[in-house]
Design a protein around this ligand. Sequence first.
Ligand code: DON
Length: 576
Amino acid sequence: MKQVFSRLMLSSAWALMFVVIFTKQATAQLNPYQYSIAKSAVGKKGAVASAHPLASEVGLQILKKGGNAFDAAVATQLALAVVYPGAGNIGGGGFLVAHTQTGKSIAIDYREKAPGAANRNMYLDKEGNPRLDLSQSGHLASGVPGTVAGLFTTHAYCKLPFAELIEPAIALAEKGFSITKGEASALNNHKNGFIKYNTRPTAFVKDQPWKEGDTLVQAELAATLKRIRDKGAAGFYEGETAQFIVQEMQRGGGIITLEDLKSYKAIERNPIVFNYKEHTIIGMPMPSSGGVLTQQMLKMIENRSIGTMGFHSKEAVQLMIEVERRAYADRAEFMGDQDFVKVPVKRLTSDSYLQERMKDFVAGQASPSTTIKAGAIQPESEETTHLSVADQWGNAVAVTTTLNGGYGSMTVVGGAGFLMNNEMDDFSVKPGVANMYGAVGKEANAIQPGKRMLSSMTPTLVLKNEKPYLVIGTPGGTTIPTSVFQTIVNMLEFGQSPLDAVNLPKFHHQWLPDQVMVEKDFPSTLKTDLEKMGYKVTPRGQIGRTEVIKISWKGKRIDTIEAVADKRGEDHASAY
Ligand code: DON
């Protein structure tokens, strides 16, 4: 691929030639100045779906070189950190859920953690009022980044040397690439934030407005990526990069220290595993609420014949709203980092508990959130990004990674060229005070030094006959688990294709606020039906950007691998 780059001349002529063409099939070769977007792609040997065509294509090239799905997932994430800076990152964190060709299910947690000097009241003023400006933007909003540690933990499952996986990202940062229309408008919208929250000039600000096809070069980021290539995780968590981060924090009132960075560890955890009828679902455990919420929601509908009600029937939608409401009430009360608080996962996901939760469900009638509290338990921005990858050997990898809000804290580390996250806002800064996604929390998700903030990210696999069948995930803050839930139900119960399951309108209920949020193209008759049942229905912007891969098997061999990228963004599916 290096050769591909060197054949290209970085000139405005290339930029002018840049076009985004929406096509049905992946046709693009990796040309960082001219590429197209494909919404679906089918192959036999491997597939990648991610938020950016160049990132998906980087992943595909790695598969073609003999890398497995883990190699492709690492290379795609690194490419996203360059070509999709609003959410792709090395200054944030994420989760990976995977199933290996040898039949092992794994979960890697590389969520950010609160710095050692953090405390539960750090975002409250003297009167105890929340200062969400501080938890959401600028230096104090950042948790200690986990992504780089996560990539090296993942590398244990890879086949190719790390240096080979990071090379495409280095080239894209160093030589530049043409930005998409969406990126141009997002950079323009954040210009004031970049100016306000930065102490040094950044690659993201220029005098004239950005436009589609402009070249973005990130020289400092390229140098940081080279330090990671040459020194491993220490190239980020120690030495020059760590110094840059700490100096940036000191210039802007942040609290991350060299010790916080050096002591960061990604953690392999036991995934959430459960059966839904004849399928097995593999999900992310705490500190993500995603796996538990998916389990709760699917188990609450399992015995209710939802398949016969029909997609977007008022009966099915109301049932799904009510299970979403109940699961999210539990999220607010009980969920947080299990290394710090006791989360009653066993009980929350037990059949008897979930049956009990549905006892007050009345078909055709809204159950107000004032009457639905969290269950009785004995003490016990929109920018995130998801990638789905599958290979010819039967490895399947789902990764969701985030800076939290768009461009995270908006602070770029001076000298190192990457954006820091604003993940601290995912803690409950004060009981009952909503975070930027409207989520409330309590003690279980209060800030403590070293603790990981509760997440909604839900990278998920569905196995059929013990083989990977679906790879699913999406960004979208608190709408993530409901999007994943609906995508699974759409395919397993309503028999939809991945394309329909991803693209047809979604809805969302998260207990509080007590309303059903629906996408703008949600059927209006269904909206009226729900209102008649007593629901407040609020149209909102798009829900998620879901990437799905479906793997079809013929006996023990893979027959086809189909990747679908959400129509809601510039997401791209590649396969061969
Ligand atoms: O971890 C979480 O749940 C959030 N930080 C995710 C944020 C997100 O999905 C924003 N994207 N639209």
